[in-house]
Design a protein around this ligand. Structure first.
Ligand code: FAD
Ligand code: EPU
Length: 339
């Protein structure tokens, strides 16, 4: 394990915000980190700690006075397969889109709609990443983690992970207590074609012969056109979650705003498009201390100047929240994790 002190995190968060970690430790094998945790039993009860994958959903609002653990584990292995399904285990440190590309080219289908989401395989389970009508949890078979306090290795089934919209057991009951070592996905041997999401429907029209490769290419194109590349402009994707409101409130809003963008949920509630709400407040392109609302997708906040601090971006998020609350009486909850 490589350990650095007073380590700059600018290259480890996609907002490209300057922040220092007191200790930064990176490891390349599961054995290394397991041994470290077991020989330092009790350490993580006392020492503040954070696991950072690609830092693509994190906002550092100041320096981090604690220990950052950064996985660089890279294995992908087929656990079992038959004519219908295959179980593929990938290390937490594998780059998510490398994994999606790998599965698709190894005739293991289902993840194409999740192409080009930044981040790591480990975080895909924490976040239950989702896009274009698919969520990681739809295909996760199990998640292997180490309990940071006891050093015990534990495997959770998909059901035990309690996946829901951008949420899982890892953000709740297990928060701060675990480090994911690998995630096993159960993928289909036969192409899975899911092109119901509006952007994909627009691409393929009524075609019924779409291939997984075409879906992957279409998703990559759509994302490249809409979302800023963090290599060029710092951002963490959607800054807020799409808010869910009940039917009563929905009816009031729909009456006032006939062009409201929404999705009806199975439980009778409604999910609103937060990007549309922000856009409708006239905030596209709005700037605050070097941070800005992206001009192609209002749900994305960017580090426009390249020098915005976590506090500048937080300030912008506050303004956006207030404006949306004032106009629609809807509270936006951040998707981004504040550190
Ligand atoms: P980090 O940001 O480093 O960490 C996220 C959380 O996971 C933290 O709590 C961290 O402690 C925890 N974590 C990470 N690895 C481990 C591990 N091994 N063990 C335990 N905990 C761990 N998200 C979507 O869902 N859909 C999208 O379409 C989408 N589009 C995006 C587009 C852009 C341009 C960007 C920048 C982000 C986008 N995101 C999207 C958000 C982001 O890509 C996901 O949240 C991703 O899963 C984060 O991965 P990461 O490795 O960067 O995690
Ligand atoms: N819209 C506007 N103006 C905007 C942005 C969006 O009017 O500035 C409208 C769009 O026209 C569309 C609706 O809002 O009718 C939804 O927009 P979009 O399809 O771009 O999706 P989103 O709801 O903004 C969500 C996820 C994304 C994911 C896409 C595709 C959340 C918080 N965000 O965005 O995930 O990639 O759907 O599935 O659920 C992320 O989590 O970081 C992320 C990027």
């Amino acid at each position: 394990m490589k350990i650095y002190r007073n380590y700059c995190l600018k290259k480890h968060n996609t907002f490209n915000v300057d922040a220092i970690a007191s200790i930064f430790a990176e490891y390349t094998t599961d054995d290394e980190i397991i041994e470290y945790i077991r020989t330092n039993e009790g350490k993580f009860k006392q020492v503040k700690h954070l696991i950072v994958g690609e830092g693509s959903n994190l906002l550092f609002t100041g320096d981090f006075y604690g220990m950052v653990l950064h996985p660089l584990t890279k294995y992908i292995s087929v656990q079992s397969e038959d004519n219908d399904f295959c179980l593929i285990e990938a290390a937490a440190g594998v780059i998510w889109d490398d994994f999606v590309g790998w599965t698709s080219s190894h005739m293991a289908f289902g993840l194409e709609n999740l192409s080009l989401i930044p981040g790591t395989v480990g975080a895909s389970a924490v976040q239950n990443v989702g896009a274009y009508g698919v969520e990681a949890g739809d295909y996760i078979h199990s998640v292997k983690y180490i309990d940071l306090h006891s050093g015990e290795l534990i495997s959770l089934s998909s059901e035990q992970c309690k996946f829901s919209y951008r949420n899982s057991i890892f953000k709740n009951e297990l928060k701060n207590n675990f480090l994911i070592l690998s995630v096993t996905y159960k993928l289909s041997r036969k192409p899975v074609i899911n092109i119901e999401y509006a952007d994909l429907r627009n691409c393929f029209g009524e075609r019924s012969d779409v291939s997984p490769r075409e879906i992957r290419e279409a998703v990559i194109n759509i994302r490249n056109n809409k979302l800023p590349d963090p290599e060029v402009t710092g951002n963490a994707g959607s800054f807020f979650k799409n808010p869910v409101i009940d039917k009563l409130k929905f009816n009031v809003l729909k009456e006032r705003f006939s062009d409201l963008r929404f999705y009806e949920l199975a439980d009778g509630n409604y999910k609103l498009a937060a990007g549309w709400l922000i856009d409708k407040c006239g905030l596209k392109g709005f700037e605050h201390n070097g941070a800005a609302v992206h001009d192609k997708q209002a749900l994305v906040l960017i580090n426009k100047s390249g020098n915005a601090t976590g506090k500048d971006i937080t300030g912008l998020a506050y303004i956006v929240r207030e404006k949306v609350k004032e106009k629609f009486d809807v509270c936006l909850e951040p998707e981004v994790i504040f550190i």
